[in-house]
Design a protein around this ligand. Sequence first.
Ligand code: NAP
Length: 507
Amino acid sequence: MQTHRMLVGGKWAPARSGQTFPSLDPATGRVIGLFQQGDARDVDLAVAAAAKAFPAWRNTPPPTRARVLFRLAALLQQRKEELARLVSLEMGKVLPEARGDVQEAIDTAEYFAGEGRRLFGTTTTSELREKAALTIRVPVGIVACITPWNFPVAIPSWKVLPALVCGNTVILKPSSDTPLCATRFVQLLQEAGAPAGVVNLVTGPGETVGDALVTHPQVQGISFTGNGSTGEGIIRKAGMKKVGVEGGGKNGIIILPDADLALALEGVVWGGYGTSGQRCTAASRVIVHEKIQEKFERLLAARVRSLRLGPGLRAGTEVGPLINARAVEKVHGYTQLGLQEGARLRCGGTIPKGKGFFYQPTLFTDVQPDMRIAREEIFGPAVSLLTVRSLDEAIDVMNDIPYGLSSAVYTKNITSAFRAIHRIEAGITYVNASTTGAEVHLPFGGVKATGHTREAGWTGVEEFTHLKTVYIDYSGRLQRAQMDGVDGGGTSKRSGSPFTRTPRRRP
Ligand code: NAP
């Protein structure tokens, strides 16, 4: 059994505690590697290494920093299959989706490498003569990236890569369920030429390693993706640090009577059961118009019953395992709750016998909007079907939850589509496509209890930079905003203030 180390200041090191923890293959429950159980002492060392590396990295021209990302993109491309197999092994998603996870990191590396030659600020006018006004982007400093397990390569890439190109030094604290994928990602970054201390990896429990990062006085930025309640705790503890938090979702698909039902069916199956429902954008609610409800329900139930459950690495598997035994218990708890609440279990709802953390794809119908199964994030292969009488009612149901991440509407009517786009309270709305399928060059994030950060795309650099406002006065005299420019933009009007001197005569 291989014991993996943490990366601190360019060296692969053991944890101070001398302890390790295992990472499991969720398809079998077998241990696939041992990882360092870091604690606050390791965080202190990683922060010291990141602080030491910061001045040189900040002063490295962004196009030079970007070369590390270009090289990483090439390395990820070369090792795509090997890495995808690791993702499938450690996280459980089916191999084609695992390839997508790695591809997302390649796309992210390429996109943010391009930022090395952008990182745009703004130039604008000044109210005073002979004065320039502009903004530039400066790095936040030492940034902690705290990531979940469900996209074990893609999500670390969304955070670490923009942070690096913006000139920050980084400490990655990955999920304790997927430390192997994170270790491999960081090894490749090192191979791509990230200097010592610029990227550090500390593994270990969120309550100790994560907490030590969040409360460390030298850590100036935190980028967190995970459970909303963990995120709220982080916001409370982070004080004045720059914090980006993205939490969970309870995403819905609206299907109107004029929709292409075959297309909508594929969208619901992909959104609801892809990645075994363990995506923040998973379609866990389907809001169907009463005119097509019976037909759609029949089609969906048949399709869900036919889904092939199995190990992610087995060819032909459509739904892989859940991440761990706790997740199976949680999903099953929601099945029991749904039955108690009076929803109808159309299929699934059972834990298959045998090894691994599997759950039978589950469909509840006759679900009411106030039931907990329709409001809370289950994060498993469980979909609730709700029936409505109009588009307005569908949108009300869609919005009547605390979350606001992704959403979708299936319709051929342009008016219905635009009404839905404008009225749905979510960070993302798809038309005639499922709730999942973000592309890296567009902003990604939610509203309401999901969060409000916008990762990826041109907004991806905002999380990892401060805007500095710069005024350059080349008039050679004291010019006072809001005072000297008011009467026609000149500087000749004098207020008689003792701070105003006679303008110097220019040659
Ligand atoms: P989680 O339990 O909140 O863990 C996320 C990360 O936070 C892990 O690295 C975890 O470490 C760490 N952590 C735990 N407690 C902490 C603390 N007190 N202080 C600092 N860090 C702490 O979430 P998860 O189960 O890994 O991920 C699933 C959730 O992520 C779902 O709710 C899903 O919707 C959400 N998600 C959201 C998005 C989005 O962009 N909106 C994307 C993907 C996933 P340990 O693993 O060691 O506990």
